[in-house]
Write a protein that binds this ligand. Structure first.
Ligand code: PEP
Length: 257
């Protein structure tokens, strides 16, 4: 059974004041009491500690947006998985397309980061997704297959079982242009089938989130798809009202399998 997960990715936005507003709104709709949906918030590093305090006892998860692949070392400006764990994180996003683009993160590095997260007891949210040119060329399946394979080869079926995947078509991120539910479901089913080639039980259990301009008014239709197990939400997670509405839509999704 897959528990729906809605995770907010604040990117390089936010403040302590916004944390209080958004977490206040989430506390009203999410938390331990919900058997159906799980909610997590991934603010920038300096906001992790105040977020952990505000989230205490809420059942809402905390996540980071990146980690270094090494356990520790002379890596100025970087943050380790152990540090994130100590700050109260349950999740960490790896392989977001903005980091693949801005920091030239390769498939191999993303796989190493996922392995580092697992080593520290964190759940990696592994992002995959094609850009507009790749979709126009009909290469979306090949791209996500390659990105997933790199992680699968590094982690194996057991490691993959402890991950969350996020399909985030680059052309839909921050553009207001959402993949249609059918387009998203097609890729999600494809990813699950690739996982199934490694291990059917693992494939049935791994949560695959959709990300790319998810809003309160399109969430319900996306969540209705059988292989969409929640959402990674960027812009809309910066509003308590909008993020809470997406979480409420997730509550409407029935248990799968
Ligand atoms: C994201 O940052 O992962 C994302 C999906 O952003 P947005 O919801 O703003 O498209």
């Amino acid at each position: 059974m897959r528990r729906t997960l809605v995770a907010g990715n604040w990117k390089m936005f936010g403040s302590r004041a916004l944390l209080a507003e958004v977490i206040g709104a989430l506390r009203d709709v999410a938390g331990e009491a919900s058997k159906v949906a799980e909610v997590a918030l991934c603010p920038p590093f300096p906001l992790l500690a105040p977020a952990a305090e505000l989230l205490a006892g809420s059942g809402i998860g905390l996540g980071a947006q990146n980690l270094h692949a090494a356990a520790q070392g002379a890596h100025t400006g970087e943050v380790s998985g152990a540090m994130l764990r100590e700050a109260g994180c349950r999740y960490v996003i790896v392989g977001h397309s903005e980091r693949r683009r801005d920091c030239a993160e390769s498939d191999a590095l993303v796989a190493e980061k996922a392995a580092a997260a697992l080593r520290e007891g964190l759940c990696p949210i592994v992002c995959v997704g094609e850009d507009a040119g790749e979709r126009a060329a009909g290469r979306q399946f090949a791209v996500v297959e390659r990105q997933l394979a790199a992680v699968g080869e590094r982690l194996g079926a057991e490691g993959l079982a402890a991950c969350v995947l996020a399909y985030e078509p680059v052309w839909a991120i921050g553009t207001g242009r959402t993949a249609t539910p059918a387009q998203a479901q097609e890729i999600h089913a494809f990813l699950r089938a690739r996982l199934g080639e490694r291990d059917a039980t693992m494939a049935a259990g791994v949560r695959i989130l959709y990300g790319g301009s998810v809003k309160a008014d399109n969430a319900r239709e996306l969540f209705a798809q059988p292989d969409i197990d929640g959402a990674l939400v960027g812009g809309a997670s910066l509003s308590g009202h909008d993020f809470a509405a997406i979480c409420t839509a997730a509550e409407g999704k029935r248990w799968n399998n």
